[in-house]
Write a protein that binds this ligand. Structure first.
Ligand code: 13P
Length: 286
């Protein structure tokens, strides 16, 4: 199934596709096994850092094999890509979706590069996600830190500016900043659902994504989906599950065979992914 069709099905069916970051074979396995078990379409996210770690062609090849082996709609996305060349290389390598994040650039430069990526991607029927309002935070465990200011309301997306941006660039998906931020914090991240409703009204013909999916209360996630979100990004919760499980296993055994150490770690990540898929309503939609 092509990427557009997977997204359209989610929009029509009012559920969200989980977009989970994979950094290595173990996290990739955890995500794919969860999607297979629950028969869910899924997006594998690889940021520039993750792609540099696994390798572009390597991750494309692995996804191709998993897609065939499990007969699953698996989309491979370059997450928060920061430059034109990286996006073009990913398209050439076989990525199915591109998220260009030019939100730190000037508006004009962001539009210029996003437009160029859209031209290249659309010539291969690949959707593009764009962003103007820089989503704050970082995908890490900040719960013990005294962090303030990741939810600055003055930086939240504006529906009129969002419309202008999608019209100028022709992106397919808009990444809005509505209280979501990357990372886990001492306080739950609450979503401004009324603002999301206005963004949805302004962009009825587009797909909407929600980044910073870790640490958002389930009720806000459900509400966001009912207000048009079709793609939810989750990274920090997977990273924390991976690290905690790995620590526990390493501290409890003298085992050195990697294939005996890793299953418990994979299971911990898979449990998180399964819970998110169930929450997002995408189980049995493959
Ligand atoms: P979290 O780390 O908060 O889950 O956000 C992930 C994300 O949005 C990746 O693009």
């Amino acid at each position: 199934m092509e990427t557009y069709e997977i997204f359209r099905k989610a929009k029509d069916g009012k559920y969200a596709i989980g977009a989970f970051n994979a950094a290595n074979l173990e996290t990739l396995k955890a995500i794919v096994q969860a999607a297979h078990k629950l028969r869910a379409p899924v997006i594998i996210e690889a940021s520039d850092g993750e792609v540099n770690f696994i390798g572009k062609r390597e991750v494309v090849a692995l996804i191709k094999i998993y897609r065939e082996e499990y007969n699953l709609p698996i989309i491979l996305n370059l997450d928060h890509a920061g430059d034109l060349q990286g996006c073009i290389e990913a398209i050439e390598a076989g990525f199915d979706y591109i998220h260009f994040d030019g939100s730190k650039l000037s508006y004009e430069k962001n539009v210029e590069i996003t437009k160029r990526i859209v031209e290249v991607a659309h010539s291969k029927n690949i959707p593009v996600e764009g962003e103007i309002d820089h989503i704050q935070g970082s995908s890490a465990d900040h719960r013990q830190e005294n962090v303030t200011g990741v939810q600055k309301k003055e930086l939240y997306s504006n529906p009129v500016s969002a419309r202008k941006f999608v019209d100028e660039t022709l992106v397919d998906t808009f990444a809005s900043f509505i209280g979501n931020a990357h990372g886990l914090y001492a306080n739950a991240k609450r979503i401004d659902i009324a603002l999301l409703g206005r963004i949805k009204e302004a962009l009825p013909d587009k797909f909407l994504s929600l980044h910073g999916g870790s640490g958002i209360p389930d009720e806000d996630i459900k509400s966001a989906i009912s207000h048009g979100i079709v793609k939810i990004n989750v990274n920090s919760e997977l990273r924390v599950a991976f690290r905690d499980a790995l620590k526990k296993v390493i501290n409890s055994t003298e085992e050195v065979a990697i294939y005996k150490i890793m299953p418990e770690v994979i299971k911990a990540v898979q449990d998180v992914v399964e819970a998110k898929i169930s929450l997002f309503g995408s189980a049995n939609k493959a």
